[in-house]
Design a protein around this ligand. Structure first.
Ligand code: HMG
Ligand code: MG
Length: 299
Protein backbone atom coordinates (compact mmCIF):
# COMPACT_ATOMS: atom_id res chain seq x y z
CA UNK A 1 0.00 0.00 0.00
CA UNK A 2 1.10 3.53 -0.79
CA UNK A 3 2.06 6.00 1.96
CA UNK A 4 -0.42 8.84 2.59
CA UNK A 5 2.26 11.49 2.62
CA UNK A 6 5.79 11.69 1.28
CA UNK A 7 8.69 13.88 2.36
CA UNK A 8 10.98 15.10 -0.40
CA UNK A 9 14.68 15.73 0.20
CA UNK A 10 15.93 18.18 -2.41
CA UNK A 11 19.38 17.35 -3.78
CA UNK A 12 20.07 19.86 -6.56
CA UNK A 13 22.41 22.25 -4.69
CA UNK A 14 24.67 19.33 -3.68
CA UNK A 15 24.23 16.19 -5.82
CA UNK A 16 22.97 18.41 -8.65
CA UNK A 17 25.95 20.76 -8.80
CA UNK A 18 28.88 18.75 -7.38
CA UNK A 19 29.73 17.28 -10.77
CA UNK A 20 29.04 20.33 -12.93
CA UNK A 21 31.85 20.51 -15.51
CA UNK A 22 33.65 23.72 -16.41
CA UNK A 23 33.79 26.91 -14.40
CA UNK A 24 32.77 26.91 -10.75
CA UNK A 25 29.08 27.73 -10.28
CA UNK A 26 29.09 31.13 -8.54
CA UNK A 27 28.32 31.05 -4.83
CA UNK A 28 25.56 33.63 -5.37
CA UNK A 29 23.86 31.32 -7.90
CA UNK A 30 23.91 28.43 -5.41
CA UNK A 31 22.45 30.68 -2.72
CA UNK A 32 19.66 31.87 -5.02
CA UNK A 33 18.89 28.27 -6.00
CA UNK A 34 18.55 27.22 -2.35
CA UNK A 35 16.35 30.21 -1.53
CA UNK A 36 14.08 29.56 -4.54
CA UNK A 37 13.71 25.90 -3.49
CA UNK A 38 12.81 26.90 0.07
CA UNK A 39 10.28 29.41 -1.25
CA UNK A 40 8.72 26.65 -3.38
CA UNK A 41 7.92 24.75 -0.18
CA UNK A 42 10.84 22.35 0.19
CA UNK A 43 11.35 21.33 3.82
CA UNK A 44 14.70 19.51 3.41
CA UNK A 45 17.46 20.84 1.19
CA UNK A 46 20.96 19.37 0.88
CA UNK A 47 22.70 22.69 0.55
CA UNK A 48 26.42 21.90 0.54
CA UNK A 49 29.18 19.36 0.93
CA UNK A 50 32.15 19.69 3.28
CA UNK A 51 34.49 17.39 1.38
CA UNK A 52 38.00 17.92 0.08
CA UNK A 53 37.94 20.72 -2.54
CA UNK A 54 40.71 18.82 -4.34
CA UNK A 55 38.31 15.91 -4.80
CA UNK A 56 35.16 17.92 -5.56
CA UNK A 57 36.05 21.48 -6.61
CA UNK A 58 32.42 22.56 -7.22
CA UNK A 59 31.69 22.19 -3.49
CA UNK A 60 34.74 24.23 -2.43
CA UNK A 61 32.60 27.20 -1.40
CA UNK A 62 30.37 25.21 0.98
CA UNK A 63 31.07 27.58 3.88
CA UNK A 64 30.21 30.62 1.78
CA UNK A 65 26.99 29.05 0.56
CA UNK A 66 25.83 28.18 4.07
CA UNK A 67 26.74 31.65 5.34
CA UNK A 68 24.96 33.38 2.47
CA UNK A 69 21.52 31.80 2.54
CA UNK A 70 18.74 33.50 4.45
CA UNK A 71 17.26 30.68 6.48
CA UNK A 72 13.57 30.09 6.06
CA UNK A 73 11.99 28.92 9.34
CA UNK A 74 11.09 25.24 9.28
CA UNK A 75 13.51 24.37 6.49
CA UNK A 76 16.34 21.94 7.22
CA UNK A 77 19.58 22.85 5.43
CA UNK A 78 21.87 19.82 5.41
CA UNK A 79 25.44 19.11 4.33
CA UNK A 80 27.64 16.11 3.56
CA UNK A 81 30.43 15.44 6.07
CA UNK A 82 32.71 12.47 5.27
CA UNK A 83 34.93 12.89 8.34
CA UNK A 84 35.51 14.99 11.47
CA UNK A 85 37.13 17.80 9.52
CA UNK A 86 34.01 18.07 7.36
CA UNK A 87 31.81 17.97 10.43
CA UNK A 88 33.73 20.76 12.18
CA UNK A 89 33.36 22.91 9.06
CA UNK A 90 29.65 22.09 8.85
CA UNK A 91 29.14 23.02 12.52
CA UNK A 92 30.95 26.31 12.00
CA UNK A 93 28.70 26.97 9.00
CA UNK A 94 25.62 26.17 11.11
CA UNK A 95 24.30 23.28 9.06
CA UNK A 96 21.01 22.04 10.57
CA UNK A 97 21.78 18.43 9.79
CA UNK A 98 24.69 16.48 8.33
CA UNK A 99 25.16 13.26 6.40
CA UNK A 100 27.84 10.59 6.21
CA UNK A 101 28.11 8.55 3.03
CA UNK A 102 29.21 4.96 2.64
CA UNK A 103 28.73 2.30 0.00
CA UNK A 104 27.64 -1.28 -0.48
CA UNK A 105 30.59 -1.74 -2.85
CA UNK A 106 34.24 -1.96 -1.78
CA UNK A 107 35.56 -0.63 -5.09
CA UNK A 108 33.20 2.36 -5.07
CA UNK A 109 34.09 3.15 -1.46
CA UNK A 110 37.78 3.28 -2.40
CA UNK A 111 37.19 5.52 -5.43
CA UNK A 112 34.74 7.83 -3.67
CA UNK A 113 36.15 8.27 -0.17
CA UNK A 114 39.55 6.58 -0.41
CA UNK A 115 38.96 3.82 2.15
CA UNK A 116 37.29 0.44 2.56
CA UNK A 117 33.68 0.02 3.69
CA UNK A 118 34.71 -1.06 7.18
CA UNK A 119 37.27 1.78 7.46
CA UNK A 120 34.53 4.22 6.43
CA UNK A 121 32.18 2.93 9.14
CA UNK A 122 34.95 3.32 11.73
CA UNK A 123 35.56 6.86 10.47
CA UNK A 124 31.87 7.73 10.78
CA UNK A 125 31.65 6.72 14.48
CA UNK A 126 33.38 9.86 15.83
CA UNK A 127 31.45 12.02 13.33
CA UNK A 128 28.18 10.72 14.77
CA UNK A 129 29.40 11.12 18.34
CA UNK A 130 30.48 14.72 17.75
CA UNK A 131 27.26 15.53 15.87
CA UNK A 132 25.22 14.05 18.71
CA UNK A 133 27.09 16.27 21.22
CA UNK A 134 26.30 19.28 19.03
CA UNK A 135 22.63 18.28 18.84
CA UNK A 136 22.62 17.54 15.10
CA UNK A 137 20.84 14.69 13.40
CA UNK A 138 22.88 12.58 10.99
CA UNK A 139 21.62 10.97 7.82
CA UNK A 140 23.46 7.99 6.34
CA UNK A 141 23.83 7.23 2.64
CA UNK A 142 24.54 3.87 1.10
CA UNK A 143 25.76 4.07 -2.51
CA UNK A 144 25.55 1.44 -5.23
CA UNK A 145 22.48 -0.28 -3.75
CA UNK A 146 21.32 -1.53 -7.16
CA UNK A 147 24.68 -1.88 -8.88
CA UNK A 148 28.23 -0.58 -8.95
CA UNK A 149 30.17 0.95 -11.85
CA UNK A 150 33.22 -1.14 -10.87
CA UNK A 151 31.81 -4.33 -9.32
CA UNK A 152 28.55 -4.74 -11.25
CA UNK A 153 25.84 -6.53 -9.30
CA UNK A 154 25.50 -5.82 -5.58
CA UNK A 155 23.58 -8.21 -3.31
CA UNK A 156 20.63 -6.90 -1.27
CA UNK A 157 22.23 -8.61 1.76
CA UNK A 158 25.32 -6.39 1.46
CA UNK A 159 23.13 -3.27 1.20
CA UNK A 160 21.18 -4.36 4.28
CA UNK A 161 24.40 -4.98 6.21
CA UNK A 162 25.81 -1.49 5.56
CA UNK A 163 22.42 0.18 6.12
CA UNK A 164 22.06 -1.60 9.46
CA UNK A 165 25.57 -0.56 10.52
CA UNK A 166 24.75 3.10 9.82
CA UNK A 167 21.39 2.84 11.58
CA UNK A 168 22.88 1.10 14.63
CA UNK A 169 25.52 3.84 14.77
CA UNK A 170 22.75 6.43 15.16
CA UNK A 171 21.82 7.66 11.69
CA UNK A 172 18.14 8.66 11.89
CA UNK A 173 17.50 7.87 8.25
CA UNK A 174 19.25 5.72 5.66
CA UNK A 175 19.17 6.96 2.10
CA UNK A 176 19.60 4.17 -0.41
CA UNK A 177 21.44 5.35 -3.51
CA UNK A 178 21.11 3.83 -6.95
CA UNK A 179 24.21 5.84 -7.77
CA UNK A 180 24.40 4.94 -11.46
CA UNK A 181 20.69 4.46 -12.09
CA UNK A 182 20.92 0.87 -13.28
CA UNK A 183 18.11 -0.57 -11.14
CA UNK A 184 14.74 -1.87 -12.31
CA UNK A 185 11.54 -2.12 -10.22
CA UNK A 186 11.72 -5.76 -9.13
CA UNK A 187 15.36 -5.37 -8.07
CA UNK A 188 14.47 -2.16 -6.20
CA UNK A 189 11.61 -3.94 -4.41
CA UNK A 190 13.85 -6.89 -3.42
CA UNK A 191 16.53 -4.54 -2.14
CA UNK A 192 14.02 -2.58 -0.03
CA UNK A 193 12.54 -5.80 1.32
CA UNK A 194 15.99 -6.96 2.45
CA UNK A 195 16.95 -3.62 4.01
CA UNK A 196 13.60 -3.17 5.78
CA UNK A 197 14.17 -6.43 7.65
CA UNK A 198 17.14 -4.65 9.35
CA UNK A 199 16.07 -0.98 9.43
CA UNK A 200 12.49 0.24 9.99
CA UNK A 201 10.77 1.20 6.73
CA UNK A 202 9.98 4.70 8.04
CA UNK A 203 13.73 5.32 8.38
CA UNK A 204 14.49 4.54 4.72
CA UNK A 205 14.77 6.98 1.84
CA UNK A 206 15.02 6.28 -1.89
CA UNK A 207 17.84 8.12 -3.68
CA UNK A 208 17.54 7.06 -7.29
CA UNK A 209 19.52 8.41 -10.22
CA UNK A 210 17.83 8.31 -13.61
CA UNK A 211 20.67 7.24 -15.90
CA UNK A 212 18.66 4.45 -17.54
CA UNK A 213 15.27 6.18 -17.28
CA UNK A 214 14.03 3.76 -14.60
CA UNK A 215 13.94 6.03 -11.56
CA UNK A 216 10.20 6.79 -11.56
CA UNK A 217 9.28 3.14 -12.07
CA UNK A 218 11.66 2.16 -9.27
CA UNK A 219 10.20 4.82 -6.99
CA UNK A 220 6.68 3.57 -7.61
CA UNK A 221 7.83 0.05 -6.71
CA UNK A 222 9.34 1.14 -3.39
CA UNK A 223 6.44 3.50 -2.55
CA UNK A 224 4.21 0.44 -2.74
CA UNK A 225 6.49 -1.26 -0.22
CA UNK A 226 6.04 1.70 2.15
CA UNK A 227 9.03 3.99 1.54
CA UNK A 228 7.91 7.56 2.25
CA UNK A 229 11.04 9.70 1.81
CA UNK A 230 12.32 10.51 -1.68
CA UNK A 231 15.53 12.28 -2.70
CA UNK A 232 15.18 14.23 -5.93
CA UNK A 233 16.94 16.99 -7.85
CA UNK A 234 15.22 19.91 -9.56
CA UNK A 235 15.63 19.79 -13.36
CA UNK A 236 17.26 16.36 -12.90
CA UNK A 237 20.56 18.13 -12.27
CA UNK A 238 23.60 16.12 -11.36
CA UNK A 239 25.86 13.13 -11.57
CA UNK A 240 28.51 11.58 -9.40
CA UNK A 241 32.19 12.49 -9.89
CA UNK A 242 33.23 8.92 -9.03
CA UNK A 243 30.68 7.15 -11.22
CA UNK A 244 31.50 7.94 -14.85
CA UNK A 245 28.47 8.49 -17.06
CA UNK A 246 26.01 8.61 -14.15
CA UNK A 247 23.29 11.19 -14.68
CA UNK A 248 21.34 13.20 -12.12
CA UNK A 249 18.84 12.19 -9.48
CA UNK A 250 15.26 11.67 -10.59
CA UNK A 251 13.83 15.13 -11.36
CA UNK A 252 11.86 16.70 -8.52
CA UNK A 253 9.25 17.96 -10.99
CA UNK A 254 8.60 14.41 -12.24
CA UNK A 255 8.31 13.04 -8.70
CA UNK A 256 5.86 15.79 -7.72
CA UNK A 257 3.70 15.05 -10.75
CA UNK A 258 3.71 11.32 -9.97
CA UNK A 259 2.79 11.91 -6.33
CA UNK A 260 0.00 14.34 -7.26
CA UNK A 261 -1.45 11.70 -9.57
CA UNK A 262 -1.31 9.17 -6.73
CA UNK A 263 -3.11 11.59 -4.42
CA UNK A 264 -0.07 11.92 -2.14
CA UNK A 265 0.49 15.42 -0.75
CA UNK A 266 3.88 17.09 -0.29
CA UNK A 267 3.04 20.78 0.17
CA UNK A 268 5.47 21.74 -2.59
CA UNK A 269 4.46 24.11 -5.40
CA UNK A 270 5.16 22.21 -8.64
CA UNK A 271 5.08 25.28 -10.89
CA UNK A 272 7.54 27.11 -8.64
CA UNK A 273 9.91 24.13 -8.86
CA UNK A 274 9.54 24.03 -12.65
CA UNK A 275 10.35 27.73 -12.86
CA UNK A 276 13.38 27.22 -10.61
CA UNK A 277 14.54 24.38 -12.86
CA UNK A 278 14.34 26.61 -15.95
CA UNK A 279 16.18 29.36 -14.10
CA UNK A 280 19.08 27.21 -12.81
CA UNK A 281 19.59 25.35 -16.09
CA UNK A 282 19.65 28.70 -17.93
CA UNK A 283 22.47 29.73 -15.58
CA UNK A 284 24.29 26.54 -16.63
CA UNK A 285 23.52 26.93 -20.33
CA UNK A 286 21.04 24.06 -20.63
CA UNK A 287 17.36 23.19 -20.33
CA UNK A 288 15.75 20.97 -17.64
CA UNK A 289 15.89 17.22 -18.21
CA UNK A 290 12.54 16.83 -16.40
CA UNK A 291 9.82 15.69 -18.82
CA UNK A 292 7.17 17.37 -16.68
CA UNK A 293 9.07 20.67 -16.84
CA UNK A 294 9.30 20.40 -20.63
CA UNK A 295 5.58 19.55 -20.89
CA UNK A 296 4.31 22.26 -18.54
CA UNK A 297 6.81 25.01 -19.40
CA UNK A 298 8.08 27.99 -17.47
CA UNK A 299 5.70 30.72 -16.27
P1 HMG B 1 41.81 11.50 1.79
O1 HMG B 1 42.76 12.10 0.79
O2 HMG B 1 41.86 10.02 2.02
O3 HMG B 1 41.83 12.26 3.20
O4 HMG B 1 40.34 11.89 1.33
P2 HMG B 1 42.96 12.71 4.15
O5 HMG B 1 42.34 12.70 5.50
O6 HMG B 1 44.21 11.93 3.91
O7 HMG B 1 43.21 14.24 3.72
C1 HMG B 1 43.82 14.61 2.50
C2 HMG B 1 43.67 16.12 2.29
O8 HMG B 1 42.28 16.46 2.22
C3 HMG B 1 44.24 16.97 3.42
O9 HMG B 1 44.64 18.20 2.84
C4 HMG B 1 43.02 17.22 4.28
O10 HMG B 1 43.15 18.40 5.06
C5 HMG B 1 41.93 17.39 3.24
P3 HMG B 1 46.16 18.49 2.39
O11 HMG B 1 46.95 18.25 3.65
O12 HMG B 1 46.48 17.47 1.32
O13 HMG B 1 46.14 19.89 1.91
N1 HMG B 1 40.61 17.06 3.77
C6 HMG B 1 39.54 17.88 3.73
N2 HMG B 1 39.37 19.14 3.24
C7 HMG B 1 38.14 19.68 3.37
N3 HMG B 1 37.09 19.04 3.92
C8 HMG B 1 37.22 17.80 4.41
C9 HMG B 1 38.49 17.16 4.32
N4 HMG B 1 38.95 15.96 4.69
C10 HMG B 1 40.24 15.90 4.35
N5 HMG B 1 36.19 17.18 4.94
C11 HMG B 1 38.02 12.35 1.71
C12 HMG B 1 39.20 11.46 2.04
C13 HMG B 1 36.77 11.68 2.20
C14 HMG B 1 38.22 13.70 2.36
C15 HMG B 1 38.00 12.52 0.16
O14 HMG B 1 38.02 11.27 -0.43
C16 HMG B 1 36.79 13.28 -0.31
O15 HMG B 1 36.63 14.47 -0.04
N6 HMG B 1 35.90 12.63 -1.05
C17 HMG B 1 34.70 13.29 -1.54
C18 HMG B 1 33.88 12.37 -2.31
C19 HMG B 1 32.58 13.03 -2.69
O16 HMG B 1 32.28 14.14 -2.30
N7 HMG B 1 31.82 12.32 -3.53
C20 HMG B 1 30.54 12.80 -3.95
C21 HMG B 1 29.53 12.75 -2.85
S1 HMG B 1 28.90 11.12 -2.55
C22 HMG B 1 27.65 10.92 -3.72
O17 HMG B 1 27.48 11.74 -4.58
C23 HMG B 1 26.73 9.73 -3.57
C24 HMG B 1 25.38 10.11 -2.97
O18 HMG B 1 24.73 11.09 -3.75
C25 HMG B 1 24.48 8.85 -2.89
C26 HMG B 1 24.41 8.10 -4.23
O19 HMG B 1 23.99 8.67 -5.24
O20 HMG B 1 24.77 6.92 -4.20
C27 HMG B 1 25.52 10.66 -1.55
MG1 MG C 1 23.60 10.70 -5.51
Amino acid sequence: TLPSSVRLFEMSPRDGLQNEPGAPVPTATKIELIERLANAGMSHIEAASFVSPKWVPQMGDAGGVMAGISRRPGVVYSALTPNLKGLENALEAKADEVAVFGAASEAFSQKNINCSVSESLARFEPVLARARDAGLRVRGYVSCVLGCPYEGEISPAKVAEVAKALYDMGCYEISLGDTIGVGTPLAAKRMIDAVSREVPMECLAAHFHDTYGQALANLYAVLEEGVSVIDASTAGLGGCPYAKGASGNVATEDVLYLLKGLGIETGIDLQAVIDTGYWITAQLGRTPSSKVALAMGCQ
